[in-house]
Design a protein around this ligand. Structure first.
Ligand SMILES: [Zn+2]
Ligand SMILES: [Zn+2]
Length: 369
């Protein structure tokens, strides 16, 4: 029997201090469930939320990608393969919910990540709607939320170490349409960039060049599978030369921008070879415009540029399976460099903002810190 109320971190508004409120346990309709939170991640998006850079219905309970234990269900539940989801199971869930499958973007354009009706746990739900964010003792799984059981070989820490960046990176690497032996440059060595490096190397890329800073994150990218790294301390001209040297003078077959810096999009267009492909998945916040040269960088270069927004259930489902299979070879688990209890959520946000942690996680359980 779940407790009658649960504590959760509330972000009351832009730049306001976080606080902890108590929320009533929701009544569980058929198809609903209550998760006891093990971990919820803190990512760059949470920092942007706190800076008021995304229009969200404050107050909110932050925390989109999370792992927890089923504490109660509103009747029988199963995953997409028909396997029962029961009390005590360790699950994660797709934070995106209510994609309608009934609008132009869902049905005609077939771009469900642009569905205007989609909701996201920890971002687009207000705290007034209840326990719909992960920085909490418990999370309310509304009916229809897609849950996946973690296979026994997948430690919760490994999946949450990858976090939302894992799912975003898988989508981006899918869009990159890598071929065996391709050369790939990844701009940015935060959580998304690290997983892009891991997935590119698992996809059979030949050269995987990680470009970013600081040095410790570049070293981590080598553990993820980078064959070469280039520090942002190196002048841009020399980084371009470095990539060309590694790619027969041509530039990378594929460049993935995962840094968040508008400048990196322009650089990606320089680093890619003629007729290559650029995937932009780092610009989740409006960090401003950048000037590009359409003749040299697009038209004459015959380059393909793709923007990558959000992720679908298939990315999420495969991300769980891939971390289960490759978690021993790719150190997602070690990306978790800081753990915080609910009362220290403000410190967790600062750690991510000041980049002292690659990945910070929040847990309501002091034994897991
Ligand atoms: Zn829709
Ligand atoms: Zn995120």
């Amino acid at each position: 029997m779940p407790a009658s109320s649960h504590a959760a971190v509330v972000m009351p508004g832009a730049n306001e201090p976080l606080r902890i409120d108590s929320f009533a346990t929701p009544a569980l309709a058929p198809g609903a469930a209550l998760l006891r939170t093990l971990y919820s991640e803190v990512c760059g998006t949470d920092v942007h939320l706190h800076h008021g850079r995304l229009g969200v219905p404050f107050p909110i309970i932050p925390g989109h990608v999370s792992v927890g234990v089923i504490e109660a269900t509103g009747g029988a539940l199963s995953d997409i393969e028909g396997n029962a989801i029961k009390e005590g199971d360790v699950v994660t869930f797709l934070d995106v919910h209510e994609t309608c499958n009934n609008c132009y973007y869902c049905l005609v354009a077939r771009q469900p990540t642009r569905c205007p009706r989609r909701k996201v746990y920890g971002i687009t739900y207000s705290a007034r709607d209840g326990l719909l964010g992960g920085w909490a003792e418990a999370i309310w799984m509304k009916p229809g939320v897609k849950m996946v059981k973690l296979p026994p070989e997948l430690e919760p820490e490994t999946f949450i170490g990858g976090g939302c960046g894992l799912v975003t990176a898988l989508h981006a690497v899918d869009m990159a349409e890598l071929r065996l032996g391709d050369s790939v440059a990844v701009l940015g060595v935060g959580p998304v960039g690290q997983s892009c490096v891991a997935f590119a190397s698992l996809s059979g890329a030949d050269e995987v060049v990680a470009i970013g800073a600081p040095a410790a994150r570049l070293q981590f990218a080598e553990r993820m599978g980078a064959t070469a790294t280039l520090d942002l301390d190196v002048p841009e001209r020399d980084r371009l030369e470095g990539v060309r040297r590694l790619t027969g003078g041509r530039g990378a077959d594929v460049v993935i921008e995962a840094s968040g810096a508008p400048e990196a999009v322009r650089q990606a267009l320089d680093l890619v070879r003629d007729g290559g492909r650029v995937v932009v998945c780092g610009q989740y916040t409006d960090n401003g415009p950048v000037e590009i040269h359409p003749h040299w960088q697009l038209n004459r270069k015959h380059v393909e540029v793709k923007g990558c927004w959000g992720s679908r259930y298939d990315h999420f489902h495969r991300a769980v399976a891939l971390t289960a299979r490759y978690g021993g070879r790719k150190p997602w688990r070690d990306m978790v460099s800081a753990r915080f209890t609910l009362d220290r959520a403000g410190e967790a946000l600062r750690a991510v903002e000041e980049r002292t942690a690659i990945k910070a996680v929040i847990t309501p359980n002091p034994a897991l810190v």
